[in-house]
Design a protein around this ligand. Structure first.
Ligand SMILES: NC(=O)c1ccc[n+]([C@@H]2O[C@H](COP(=O)([O-])OP(=O)(O)OC[C@H]3O[C@@H](n4cnc5c(N)ncnc54)[C@H](O)[C@@H]3O)[C@@H](O)[C@H]2O)c1
Length: 434
């Protein structure tokens, strides 16, 4: 099939590369000629494991085409995916400007009398009702004799495992009221594992928000229990391990710590709250999830401000989660902002996100090329992201390099026994401080 994907971020580019790899002819539309040039040369512009290889392979096979011009791509495509950003506005509402602009652009380049159906499928996360509005725009402005149908295909990939997730999705959700559109999308997604869920537009849109709200709830629930543990001397890991053995509950995604960040969970919770308010639904529950997420960061910061024996800090982990360079709404930003405000000197290390952090903080913090370099004469080490390479560091070397052996672990990556063995002063979530 010939398809187009508009947007070449984490969702757009991964989707494009995977569908090209299945043998489809894939056009990717971007806004910046400079970026499109780099993509054509095999630079994915983002860090995502395996992406460079997949990009280069499919460029070489001439199945991937990058352009800023709609005309080249749209006329030939049976399916056009919208995969542009939907960032939050100040009031939490999802900003749909990009989505609607793109829908309007598509109509300008659909040829007259194109006999075969064009499906416009939205992968961007958009509030319930948005695809109906996209449909209105398309129908209002498209050439008269050109058939078009709309579908909602929400995306569930996780940054860091995006290619794996696309190939091994639990489910592929296709919402549409057009049988032909559903059949075309089923044909395209046929090689992908995962249950195909066929539904209406509104349900597809809400499936995405429900999934993200549930994930955020699990994280905030774990943090809420960690607050109880800290006040009572209970151990949150022991509590959640035992609770998680109940198959109705499970342990997965119930991790206490600095909370959720990134470009999805925070904005999607805010957007769902916003939609709820608009619909006259009580949003206290979701607001509580968001509030606990903020408290989890505040409590951690307060521990650092109260117990750090000096102001020279080593910070490990800057991306919002491991295996990505994405720092949007990363808890590390909250920590850096507040530590700088309080006069701390920060030396930071991250395996993938240093360049993105430099763009924000420039010379306000020191950047290190490995975790040990940050530690020289440090008064304390803060761990903000649970990258694997931090889990088995040489703790004797860590201690020897530091001025004071203090660790503030925002992801509970070390066991209390290990910390006791190396005689660290150790602060984590929902566990005894050492
Ligand atoms: N990143 C994730 O893990 C993830 C997972 C599931 C769903 N989503 C959703 O998918 C959507 C895209 O997310 P992302 O992480 O890929 O975003 P991103 O910021 O990485 O990429 C967005 C892309 O859209 C492009 N774009 C924006 N406006 C455009 C326009 N008018 N014309 C052409 N291109 C335009 C940008 O240039 C960029 O390439 C969002 O709605 C997001 O919520 C993201």
């Amino acid at each position: 099939m010939t398809i187009t994907i508009i947007g070449h971020g984490y969702v757009g580019l991964v989707t494009a590369c995977v569908f090209a790899d299945f043998g489809n002819d894939v056009w990717v539309i971007g806004r910046s000629s400079e970026k499109i040039k780099k993509l054509k040369q095999g630079d994915p512009l983002i860090y995502e494991p395996g992406l460079t290889e997949l990009l280069k392979k499919n460029l070489k096979a001439n199945r991937l085409h990058f352009t800023v011009k709609y005309k080249e791509a749209i006329a030939a495509s049976e399916i056009i995916f919208i995969a542009v950003g939907t960032p939050p506005k100040d009031n939490g509402e999802a900003d749909l400007t990009n989505v609607f602009n793109v829908a309007r652009e598509i109509t300008k380049y659909l040829p007259e009398n194109k006999k075969i159906l064009t499906v416009v499928a939205c992968k961007s996360t958009v509030p319930v009702g948005t695809n109906k509005k996209i449909e209105l725009i398309l129908k209002k402005y498209k050439p008269k004799n050109t058939p078009i149908a709309v579908a909602s295909c929400p995306e569930f990939l996780r940054e860091g495992t995006a290619i794996y997730d696309t190939l091994n999705a639990n489910r592929v959700v296709i919402g549409s009221n057009s049988k032909k559109a559903i059949d075309l999308l089923l044909k395209l997604h046929q090689p992908l594992n995962g249950k195909k869920v066929i539904t209406d537009l509104a349900s597809a849109e809400l499936i995405k928000y429900t999934s993200n709200a549930m994930l955020a709830t699990k994280i905030s629930f774990a943090n809420l229990i960690s607050f109880y543990c800290e006040k009572t001397g209970a151990d949150v890991e022991a509590v959640l391990d035992a609770v998680g053995l109940d198959k109705r509950i499970g342990r997965i995604y119930m991790n206490p710590g600095l909370g959720y960040g990134g470009s999805c969970l925070p904005k999607d919770i805010l957007a769902l709250i916003n939609t709820g308010k608009f619909l006259g639904i009580d949003t206290q529950f979701l607001e509580g999830v968001e509030k606990i997420n903020a408290q989890a960061k505040e409590n951690f910061l307060n521990k650092i401000l109260k117990y750090a024996p000096g102001k020279k800090i080593a910070l490990w982990g800057l991306s919002f989660k491991p295996e990505t360079d994405d720092i949007r709404f990363a808890p590390s930003l909250y920590l850096i902002d507040n530590l700088l405000k309080n006069g701390f000197l920060i030396s930071a290390y991250d395996p993938a996100a240093l360049d993105n952090i430099k763009k924000i903080y420039q010379r306000k913090i020191n950047y290190c090329l490995n975790p040990y370099d940050c530690l020289k004469n440090a008064d304390a080490l803060i761990i903000a992201t649970e990258w694997n390479e931090f889990k088995q560091v040489d703790l004797a070397r860590v201690k020897q390099l530091m001025k004071h052996p203090y660790i503030f672990d925002g992801r509970n990556i070390f066991s209390l026994d290990t910390m006791k063995k190396f005689k660290f002063k150790y602060y984590s979530y929902g566990r005894q401080s050492l």
